[in-house]
Design a protein around this ligand. Sequence first.
Ligand code: DGL
Length: 246
Amino acid sequence: MIGIFDSGVGGLSVFREIVRILPEEKYIYWSDNAHCPYGEKSRDYIIDRARAVTSFLIEQGADIIVVACNTATAAAINTLREEFSVPFIGMEPAVKPAAQATRSGVVGVLATAGTLKATKYIDTRAKWAHDVKIVEHIGQGFVELVEKGNTSGPEAESIVEKSVRPLVEAGADTIVLGCTHYPFLADTIRKVAGTPVTLVDPAPAVAKHLMEVMQENGLIRKDGFSMSLHSSGEPETLKNTYNNLI
Ligand code: DGL
């Protein structure tokens, strides 16, 4: 069983890619929306949440866990790997493919405050972005929009524009979606950018990596799809977002 968690519904943007290539597995998803957003929380707080959620998923039968949250990956994946014996798959900020894709030489990165200040992101940027200019912006208010299921229309556009416009004005033609909630705002991001931009979502690469690790560990069962959805808070958005995906 594949366990997937996020601070909310964002991880479903990763699940969407996983289920494309692993359609016959059993899944369990935890939306930690009573504790959302993670983006502004301390590292210790996120580690505690990641530990509690992981314990629950393993108790329910998960034998591999996808940390479908950039912020939680940056804060907690090393601790999780030390404390639990199942394999963990985390999110990687897609700086490398974005640096290869840009024509203007400017890459925008949208992520949470927690991700942007984490060593994991800073190291990735140092490794892959020396030939391009990186401009970063917190997707201010994006997670809240997605958790409300409010991903298009005037309110979403006006909030999204405040974070996207500075990247476009700095010359970015390629934007990394460094938070798993943001792909649900992709159409709105493209609309407010006002100029063609390439959005880079690491989820397909994460899904591929998950499949390889499952193959190596003999975890692919192909014994029929199932999904069990759980949330620590109000479950409405989770159900609606999931139902819109399938
Ligand atoms: N979806 C998460 C991420 O990828 C967390 C967003 C948040 O809770 O702030 O970063």
